[in-house]
Design a protein around this ligand. Structure first.
Ligand SMILES: Cc1cc2nc3c(=O)[nH]c(=O)nc-3n(C[C@H](O)[C@H](O)[C@H](O)COP(=O)(O)O)c2cc1C
Length: 331
């Protein structure tokens, strides 16, 4: 008997036919980045496990999650028979295990567990001890979904490593997360702050402009070379940086650019530099030094200092007035 007043019943009837083909559905689903897990169980004394992305959080009170398992997988009757399962959330460096538990090596059943550190918690289902997280569950419902069974598990135990980077699967390939971790952005902001202080200090010396410029670029290069790890991390994460952090960083960068343009313009007025466009010259110099994080790493502070000296001489040479010779940016 269909209850017409229930929206849930109406949805059940609508789901009977659809113009969307399985191929179209899969094409869309390829774009749904998913955390990769290994779902395991212990049935009749034998362990079973399979790679699974069809896992979802259902309710926190009571703690329940859903796991959709293909009926043709050996894990399906094993979980149904055992009435328990564990969902092990993989870390970014565990794609090998994910492949193994998806059957890629041709390894099945118990043999899959010869790789990885496995233990047991509340239900006896295999728990991966170095997973990003593990949920040990008791089956409270098994819902028939044509090719799959949706197991609803009540979570009886949780193991979690909050800072772990998870393994993802999307568009047919393994992937990992770029985290928008505020700490990294503050560290980079401090690097730009030191560069800003370096140009202030160089200009305050009241030495000839060429010396001010050389001094600043040396400092800039040394700071960049010594902070290459922080700079690299920033460029990797810039796309996910919180707007507030990016605004602060960009404000500082615009400040440095403005001060460098001022230094180049003053030097041109005094006849020390030959710069047609201080903005272009400032960006060219910054671009030159900005690549410092990609220079070969020697792990030696004195090497970073020597490199700073050479880059300083190179950049100063670009803008210095020389008898009859044109400068790089005005050529
Ligand atoms: C990235 C990825 C995600 C998968 N997710 C699921 C899933 O959520 N449910 C499922 O039934 N099979 C899933 N599979 C397929 C199973 O892992 C695979 O068929 C496995 O060999 C089944 O093992 P079993 O027959 O021992 O249970 C996935 C495979 C891969 C590579």
């Amino acid at each position: 008997m269909i209850d017409e007043s229930s929206p849930v019943t109406a949805f059940q009837r609508d789901a009977v036919s659809t113009p969307v083909s399985p191929a179209e559905f899969r094409a869309g689903m390829r774009q749904l980045a998913a955390a990769v897990t290994i779902a395991t169980t212990l049935h009749g004394g034998a362990r079973a496990g399979m790679t699974a992305t069809a896992v979802m959080s259902l309710t926190a009170e009571p703690p329940q999650l859903g796991l959709a398992v293909n009926r043709s997988n050996a894990s399906c009757p094993a979980i149904a028979g055992a009435g328990v399962f564990a969902v092990n959330v993989l870390r970014h460096d565990q794609a090998g295990l994910a492949r193994r538990f998806a059957g890629a090596d041709g390894v099945t059943g118990e043999e899959r567990f010869t790789e990885g550190r496995w233990g047991r918690r509340a239900t006896g289902s295999p728990v991966l001890l170095d997973a990003a997280a593990a949920f040990d569950c008791r089956v409270v419902q098994a819902i028939d979904l044509s090719s799959h069974v949706l197991f609803v598990g009540q979570v009886e135990d949780v193991l979690a490593v909050p800072a772990a980077t998870p393994l993802l699967f999307m568009d047919g390939t393994w992937a990992s997360l770029v985290r928008a971790d505020d700490h990294d952005f503050r560290a980079y902001e401090q690097v730009i702050g030191r560069i800003d202080a370096a140009i202030d200090a160089a200009v305050a010396k009241r030495v000839p402009p060429a010396q001010q410029l050389d001094d600043f670029i040396r400092q800039f290069s040394q700071i960049s070379a010594r902070s290459r790890g922080i700079v690299r991390e920033f460029f990797d994460r810039e796309a996910v940086a919180p707007t507030q952090s990016l605004d602060a960083i960009n404000r500082l960068k615009r400040g440095v650019e403005g001060k460098l343009m001022g230094l180049l313009a003053d030097g041109t007025t005094s006849g020390d530099f030959d710069v047609a466009d201080p903005a272009v010259a400032a960006h060219a110099i910054i671009g030159l030094v900005n690549s410092a994080h990609r220079w070969p790493e020697t792990g030696d502070a004195t090497a970073a200092d020597a490199l700073g000296g050479r880059i300083g001489a190179l950049a100063t040479g670009m803008v210095l007035r020389r008898g009859g010779r044109e400068c790089a940016d005005s050529a």
